[in-house]
Each structure stands twice: as structure tokens, then as C-alpha cells.
Design a protein. Structure first.
Length: 213
């Protein structure tokens, strides 16, 4: 497969409903799990069909990226797939539908996804599917600007060493790294790193979202 600047990116679940449809389970009003609903039966094939349709339209050599997360914006503690087995049930059909890259959105790349393993979400996605994966989450940040309850701070994030990230990348846990907030503050961040201009790099702050400078 040839890689260039042209790809097709599809957004996946950042909320449990569609994910539960793909897993073939739903939540009853009382909170019990396990009931296969009619909505699940109809929604999952439609969701996967769109991915298959994308593959047919772009051909076999056009990379398709699928971005998704375990949590939802209103609740960072939600886990779409609380076990590796459920993660495999979720990702397997999507991989088979023609996705080439799994862009795994997490808040902090260094946090293990499941107990008993140091792998993060991108690491597990690669282990399960064998596909290329991208990690993301607080890259270059020493501390978070967002609390678990959704409140944000105006203090800066500090600057963190990239050594732990590079070690995991070189070990093959994941293949690509997505960067967000550091690029808001430092648009030339990749070049600054490559050229050793580390003294120019500024820590991110949420105040930088309030200006066009």
C-alpha cells in the first residue's frame, strides 16, 4: 500500500451507543447488560456497510483511517470495551471491513488500557488487528489541563520528555503518534525537535485557545 498525503479518515464512536451496537449488546433501562436489541441488529450492519462501501469506492491501495475512543466527551470514565475480549469483538469486524489504520484517541498515551498489561489502547488495537495504529494523548505535556470532571485549568502544561514515547514507538507497541495541543502552541514543533531548537518550545496553556497569535 502506498502512503502519501491523501487518505480517507472516518470517525468512529466517542459514545457508547454505536459501539454497543457493534458489540451486539445494549443497556436496559435498569442498567443490565446483555440484551440484543432490534436497534443493535440493524445499526451494526449499516455502520460496517459504510466502511465497506468506502473501501470499494477508494480501491485497495487508498489508506483508510478510523478514529475512535473508549470514552465519551461527557464522561471520561466510560469504557466502550472494558475487556480485551470485547475490544476484539469491536475492532475485528471494522478491520475486516477494510480499515488500514486505527487512530486510537486517549487522554494520556502512557496509561495502560487494561489491568495486567502495560499496552495502551493503540497497543491493544495493533495486537488484536495486526493493523497500523496511532497513539495520541498529552504528547509533550507534563501535566493535564483538563480534570476528569471536564473542568479546565489556565495554568500551563509544562514540558515532558519524549523519551518514554519514543521507547514505546521503537519497541513497536504502535506505529504513529498524533499530536494536538503542542502544535497549537508550537506550530513548528516537529521542525523544532528535528533541528534541536528545544529552547524555542513553549508549554501549552488553555489560554492559547483564546487568541489568534
Amino acid at each position: 500500500m502506498k502512503w502519501d498525503s491523501t487518505t480517507a479518515a472516518r470517525n468512529g464512536p466517542r459514545f457508547p451507543a454505536m459501539g454497543k451496537c457493534l458489540l451486539g449488546v445494549s443497556r436496559r433501562r435498569g442498567g443490565d447488560r446483555g440484551a440484543l436489541s432490534a436497534q443493535s441488529e440493524h445499526s451494526a450492519p449499516r455502520f460496517l456497510g459504510k466502511r465497506q462501501q468506502t473501501r470499494r469506492r477508494v480501491g485497495p491501495d487508498f489508506p483508510i483511517v478510523f478514529r475512535w475512543s473508549q470514552w465519551k466527551q461527557q464522561d471520561y470514565h466510560t469504557k466502550l470495551c472494558p475487556t480485551p475480549a470485547e475490544l476484539e469483538r469491536f475492532l475485528g469486524p471494522i478491520s475486516d471491513a477494510g480499515v488500514d489504520v486505527f487512530d486510537c484517541s486517549t487522554r494520556r498515551f502512557w496509561e495502560p488500557e487494561f489491568q495486567g498489561s502495560s499496552l495502551n489502547l493503540a497497543g491493544w488495537a495493533k495486537k488484536i488487528t495486526g493493523k497500523t495504529t496511532m497513539t495520541v494523548g498529552s504528547v509533550g505535556l507534563e501535566r493535564s489541563n483538563w480534570n476528569d470532571d471536564g473542568e479546565f485549568s489556565l495554568t500551563d502544561s509544562g514540558l515532558a520528555s519524549l523519551d518514554p514515547l519514543i521507547e514505546r514507538l521503537e519497541a513497536g507497541e504502535f506505529d504513529l503518534v498524533g499530536v494536538g495541543r503542542m502544535l497549537i502552541t508550537n506550530p513548528q514543533w516537529p521542525n523544532q525537535l528535528r533541528e534541536g531548537r528545544l529552547e524555542e518550545i513553549r508549554p501549552y496553556s488553555n489560554t492559547h485557545l483564546m487568541t489568534l497569535e
